[in-house]
Design a protein around this ligand. Structure first.
Ligand SMILES: [Zn+2]
Length: 184
């Protein structure tokens, strides 16, 4: 089964890109976990419990970091961007292209070197979707811009929702923002 957003795909919707935060985004956690391991060489033979504790700590930190990283799912479809996060707590944000007002990339110097960065998608509904620490953020940003453009070409006409005033494609039956049924 192909991976898709938690709320499923709408009719004619397809996933263009699926990605997660890069391993590099968690460099600190991973290095800390790996740096703990050489310590076991020092404690080996004469401090059994300490050695075991260090190994458990290191593996614990590695697996927690990886589970946390994998708790994120980012999607770019031909209709919207979706960010979902599941790790004890759950979050789901999405923005349909009609509502997207701007897309920006943030990278500090280290991130520039590692080719990772954060993509921020602002929407007219006030919901801002952040893809944190992703690999090749500029190329993803371009894909989003392109998908938004394609969407607009396909569905240039819009209809205003009476409930929340969001612009929806003419072909939509329900408001993509608040779920209100749209007049026909
Ligand atoms: Zn609405």
């Amino acid at each position: 089964m192909a991976i898709e957003p938690e709320d499923g795909l709408q009719k004619d919707e397809e996933v263009k890109k699926f990605f997660r935060p890069s391993l590099w985004h968690y460099t600190t956690q991973y290095s800390l976990a790996l740096l703990l391991l050489p310590l076991t060489v020092l404690t080996w033979h004469f401090l059994d419990y300490t050695t075991a504790l260090i190994v458990v700590l290191s593996i614990g930190l590695l697996s927690t970091t990886e589970l946390y990283r994998r708790g994120h799912k980012f999607f770019v479809t031909n209709e919207r961007v979706v960010r979902q996060f599941k790790f004890f707590k759950k979050r789901f944000n999405q923005g349909t292209f009609d509502l997207v007002t701007d897309i920006s990339v943030n990278q500090n110097i280290l991130q520039r070197i590692l080719k990772v960065g954060t993509i921020k998608v602002n929407t007219a509904s006030g919901e801002n979707i952040e893809f944190k620490g992703v690999k090749h953020p500029r190329s993803i940003k371009n894909s989003i811009t392109e998908a938004k453009h394609d969407k607009h070409q396909r569905d240039p006409k819009t209809e205003k929702c009476e409930n929340c005033e969001a612009e929806n494609p003419d072909s939509s039956n329900y408001c993509s923002d608040c779920g209100e049924e749209l007049g026909t």
